[in-house]
Design a binder for this molecule. Structure first.
Ligand SMILES: [Zn+2]
Length: 246
């Protein structure tokens, strides 16, 4: 069930049976020579919608732009400053809290969001803690690829060549979601340099010339994407059910 495709009466009805909502969150940033700039938010949205179809969970609007300052030396990348993203996440959650939502599961596609969204959750808890006892609100963020089935499958398919950014798995999933937008490219070197950390966007580009970190996404294909999708949806269904019951 998608929020954007529901009426307000349908949302009120949903709230009679569940207080949980899933918000897909990703980024709009370079993903190497064959990865789409929308990879992180497309993947998070695809898996979230799969969970919605499987168990009728309500899926909120996709937060398509994340904290991506380190990708800004590549054309087309867009970032929110951490302070902006903290404000966006806070306003989204507080809007929905007003209607009675209590469990907010952010299904995430982008590592660069973690520190900032964690800070956003602490801002929300600071508000509820300062307001006094009794708030039932719980926020959680997980990677679509982070559950046991999906992470084991990515290991089995790609091993170390999955990498850290523009991963073989995330590119495969987006190829299954968007089959009309599959790009072919040579990878040189075949496996990108591994990360020992980075600072700003120029530093990132100096270390990772084509944008990838530790990955070989020439291994990606939509057939793998289908398997990863099924594994990720199963993982996230289980996790969401546990989270709303907690
Ligand atoms: Zn990504």
């Amino acid at each position: 069930m998608q929020l954007a495709l529901s009426t307000w009466q349908e949302v009120e009805e949903y709230l009679q049976k569940s207080r949980g909502i899933i918000i897909p969150i990703g980024s709009t940033e370079q993903h190497g020579p064959n990865g789409l700039i929308g990879t992180d938010h497309l993947d998070a949205e695809f898996v979230s919608r799969g969970v919605g179809e499987a168990i009728g969970a309500l899926i909120g609007p996709t937060l398509t732009i994340g904290m991506s300052q380190h990708h800004l030396s590549f054309a087309g990348s867009i970032t929110l400053r951490p302070s902006t993203l903290i404000a966006v996440v806070g306003d989204v959650v507080k809007s929905l809290m007003r209607h009675g939502f209590e469990r907010f599961l952010f299904i995430n596609g982008h590592g660069g969001n973690v520190a900032t969204v964690t800070a956003a959750f602490d801002e929300i808890y600071a508000t509820t803690s300062l307001a006094g006892p009794g708030s039932p609100v719980r926020c959680k963020m997980v990677f679509w690829s982070g559950g046991p089935r999906c992470s084991a499958l990515a290991d089995e398919l790609y091993g170390d060549a999955n990498g850290g950014h523009a991963t073989a798995a995330e590119v495969s999933l987006s190829q299954y979601y968007q089959p009309d937008h599959i790009k072919l490219a040579q990878m040189s070197p075949k496996i990108a340099p591994k990360s020992t950390g980075f600072y700003d966007s120029d530093d990132y580009r100096r270390r990772f010339a084509d944008g990838r970190i530790g990955s070989d996404p020439s291994l990606s294909n939509p057939e793998d994407g289908k398997l990863l999708y099924e594994a990720a949806v199963e993982d996230m269904v289980e996790l969401f059910k546990r989270f709303v019951a907690d």
